[in-house]
Design a protein around this ligand. Structure first.
Ligand SMILES: NC(=O)c1ccc[n+]([C@@H]2O[C@H](COP(=O)([O-])OP(=O)(O)OC[C@H]3O[C@@H](n4cnc5c(N)ncnc54)[C@H](O)[C@@H]3O)[C@@H](O)[C@H]2O)c1
Ligand SMILES: O=c1ccn([C@@H]2O[C@H](COP(=O)(O)OP(=O)(O)O[C@H]3OC[C@](O)(CO)[C@H]3O)[C@@H](O)[C@H]2O)c(=O)[nH]1
Length: 392
């Protein structure tokens, strides 16, 4: 590995590395590839079944000059479920980052087998090849491994519900509290928890160098899809894309079970800064599990809908909807077996201590840049799709 002229948090030179990024064609992967190409000399072997979201990094845009990062990024179209090339790519790399997963809640209760296979079984060879070949692994888990807060089991009027001890989620002390087995919503969280435990055990018994990332609702451009435009018409993406789709179609935003659940949202670009610190500071990141979120950006889903309605009106120049939201039951929206996390506030002690990292962007600002992107990217296509549907 050649030195890059850049230094890590301890003043040591950072050496250029080859990174095998599995799931590089997704939302987080596309932003991480952009960051690595624009700001570092590292090489990326980008593995995914799709490449649309990183097309701009792989080939010059029409009429454009050649790409400044040259061939530092290579795309390998493969399904990690059944492709013998995976081990070779891992052997060629200094670091493996695994992002591949089914991670949209609409799938957890309706496709529980695919969800469990994707998040546990399909990740097994990645962990095994890393362990056997002495390769460092950064594995993407989720804040969902915490499940529900302890506070949610207290009586509704208990003053203890206001005590952070009962709701702040801490990597090394909070329990993982899921619903019963017929609440198949938890198939994803449970599979993620088991792969975390397996990675941890590989570290303890076989010396695997690992870092586990627990993202807390990272959002921004390129997240998921707009149904009927760049994804299936009947598909249900995560909340940012659901609400964006409603706004683009001038229809009320659907609040599941009253929109009372709470979330903290973090801007993807803030979160990617944290991942880059993990990549370039192995001695501080190895053996750690990191919450990556923004505890200052907490809202209920209803408040998120109201804020997105205001921001979208500002960036599109369109008047806000007269009826901005409607209530739907979770059974109607997601089907049988749905359940929800009540509240997700990340404790920041470990990531502050190890990497000195903090998020910067307010919810209003991140929605402004994200909805500007959504409007610019999709408004015309949605308009055309609506007029085509009316004409037929
Ligand atoms: N975005 C968030 O806020 C968030 C929150 C919690 C956890 N995570 C975790 O972070 C990771 C990335 O999330 P994302 O939001 O970028 O999701 P995403 O769906 O946009 O990206 C996942 C990518 O993995 C690819 N993939 C899935 N299975 C594959 C396979 N068998 N072979 C090859 N490629 C495969 C998909 O094609 C997709 O491009 C996931 O593990 C997810 O569970 C994300
Ligand atoms: O149209 C909609 C869509 C969703 N909701 C509600 O919003 C809450 C958040 O939903 P979403 O972002 O889709 O997903 P979750 O936060 O529940 O789960 C994700 O968290 C991290 C991750 O692991 C990966 O991103 C994933 O599992 C929720 O309460 C929905 O019911 C709505 O009201 N209307």
């Amino acid at each position: 590995m050649a030195s890059t002229g850049r230094v890590d948090l301890d003043g040591r030179p950072i050496k250029a590395m080859t990174i095998c990024m599995i799931g590089a064609g997704g939302f987080i992967g596309s932003h991480l590839c952009e960051k690595l190409m624009a700001e570092t000399p590292h090489k990326v072997l980008a593995v995914d079944v799709y490449s649309d979201k990183i097309k701009h990094l792989l080939e010059p845009q029409s009429g454009g000059a050649s790409l400044p990062w040259g061939d530092r990024i290579q795309f390998h179209r493969l399904n990690i479920k059944n492709d013998s090339r995976l081990e070779g790519l891992i052997k060629m790399s200094d670091l493996i980052i695994n992002l591949a997963a089914i991670c949209t809640p609409a799938d957890y209760n309706t496709r529980p087998l695919d969800t469990i296979y994707s998040n546990f079984i399909d990740a097994l060879p990645v962990v095994k090849y890393c362990s056997e070949n002495g390769k460092r692994l950064i594995h993407f888990s989720t804040c969902e491994v915490y499940g529900k807060t302890i506070g949610s089991f207290l009586p509704k009027d208990s003053p203890l519900r206001q005590d952070p001890i009962y709701y702040v989620l801490k990597e090394d002390t909070s329990p993982c509290i899921f619903g019963s087995i017929e609440k198949q919503r938890w198939s994803y969280a449970c599979a993620k928890q088991l792969i975390e435990r397996l990675i941890y055990a590989e570290g303890a018994e076989n010396g695997l160098e690992f870092t586990i990332v627990r993202p807390f609702n990272w959002i921004g451009p390129r997240m998921d899809f707009i149904p009927g435009i760049d994804g299936p018409s009947e598909g249900v993406p995560r909340v940012l894309a659901c609400f964006s789709n409603n706004l683009l179609r001038h229809e009320p935003l659907k609040l599941v079970d009253g929109g009372q659940s709470q979330r903290t949202f973090i801007y993807i670009k803030d979160a990617i800064e944290a991942v880059l610190l993990m990549i370039e500071n192995p001695t501080r990141a190895n053996g750690q599990i990191f919450n990556v979120g923004n505890p200052d950006n907490e809202v209920t889903v209803r408040q998120l809908a109201e804020m997105m309605t205001q921001v979208y009106s500002k960036v599109s120049g369109e008047a806000p909807l007269e009826v901005p939201t409607i209530d739907v039951s979770s059974k109607e929206f997601y089907g049988e077996g749905y359940d929800d996390s009540d509240k997700r506030i990340p404790d920041m002690t470990i990531i502050n201590r190890q990497l000195g990292w903090n998020p910067k962007t307010s919810l209003w600002d991140l929605l402004e840049s994200t909805l500007t992107y959504q409007h610019r990217t999709y408004a015309e296509a949605v308009k055309q799709a609506i007029s085509k549907a009316v004409a037929s």
